[in-house]
Ligand binder design. Structure first.
Ligand code: AMP
Length: 217
C-alpha cells in the first residue's frame, strides 16, 4: 500500500525509471507521464509540437523548457491524473522544476516524493545501447539483461521491438553528458527541500520494484 502518489522519477537515461513507472502506474492506477513517450508520439504524428521537438529528440538534446513544461501542465489537468501520477523524465532542468511548481499550484496539487534512481555510468551505457523498445506500448526490454520471450516481439502487447535511434552509443553518451550538466543539479535541489528518496537502480526490476514500494509507503 503506497501513500505517496504524486511522484517525480529522477535519474539518468537508462536508470530504469520508465520500466518501474510503467509497472507502478499499472498496479496502482496512476497516470504514467513520460515526456519522452509524449514527444516521440507527437513526432510520429507530425504535429506542430512534434516538428519543433524532432531535432532535439533525435540528437539527444533537450527540448526547450517552456515547450515541455506546457505539455506537462496540460497533461496534469487530465482526469486520469486525479488518483496520482508518476512524472518520468520531467523535470530535467531547474527551470522546468520551477515551471512545474507553478503548474501544480494552479491546480492545487503538490509532489509527494521525488525518487532518485541511482546507477553507475558504465551500467547506464550498457543498458541504453542494448535497450529494445516496443513501437506500440513503449515497454522496454534489454538484449542482455531482460530479453523478450520471442525475439523482436513485445511480451506485453505483441508489438514490434526496435532500437531507439537515440540509444546509439554516441547519442547515449551525449544524453548522459547533458544529464550530468542539466539534470543532476535537481538532486541537491530536491534533497534540500527534504523531498528526495534514493533508489539503487543497479538492481533488476524484481528487486528494485519492492524497494520502490517501500519508499512510497
Ligand atoms: P526519454 O524517453 O526520457 O529518454 O526522452 C527522450 C528525449 O526526449 C530526450 O533525449 C529529449 O530530447 C526529449 N525530452 C524528454 N523529456 C524532456 C524534458 N523534460 N526536457 C527536455 N527534453 C526532453
Amino acid at each position: 500500500m503506497i501513500t505517496k502518489k504524486n511522484l517525480i522519477f529522477l535519474g539518468a537515461p537508462g536508470a530504469g525509471k520508465g520500466t518501474l513507472a510503467q509497472i507502478l502506474c499499472e498496479k496502482e492506477k496512476l497516470a504514467h507521464i513520460s515526456t519522452g513517450d509524449i514527444l516521440r508520439a507527437e513526432i510520429a504524428k507530425g504535429s506542430e509540437l512534434g516538428k519543433k521537438a524532432k531535432h532535439y529528440v533525435t540528437t539527444g538534446g533537450l527540448v526547450p523548457d517552456e515547450i515541455v513544461a506546457e505539455m506537462v501542465a496540460s497533461r496534469l489537468t487530465q482526469p486520469d491524473c486525479k488518483p496520482g501520477f508518476a512524472l518520468d523524465g520531467f523535470p530535467r532542468t531547474i527551470p522546468q522544476a520551477e515551471l512545474l511548481d507553478k503548474a501544480l499550484a494552479k491546480i492545487a496539487k503538490k509532489i509527494d516524493a521525488v525518487v532518485y534512481f541511482h546507477a553507475g555510468e558504465e551500467l547506464l551505457i550498457s543498458r541504453l545501447t542494448a535497450r529494445l523498445t516496443c513501437k506500440k506500448c513503449g515497454s522496454n526490454f534489454n538484449r542482455i539483461y531482460s530479453p523478450p520471450a520471442k525475439e523482436g516481439v513485445c511480451d506485453r502487447c505483441g508489438g514490434e521491438l526496435y532500437q531507439r535511434p537515440d540509444d546509439s552509443l554516441e547519442t547515449a553518451k551525449n544524453r548522459l553528458k547533458l544529464y550530468n550538466e542539466q539534470t543532476a543539479p535537481l538532486i541537491p535541489y530536491y534533497r534540500s527541500k527534504g523531498m528526495l528518496s534514493q533508489l539503487d537502480a543497479s538492481m533488476s526490476k524484481d528487486k528494485s520494484y519492492p524497494a520502490l514500494l517501500a519508499l512510497l509507503k
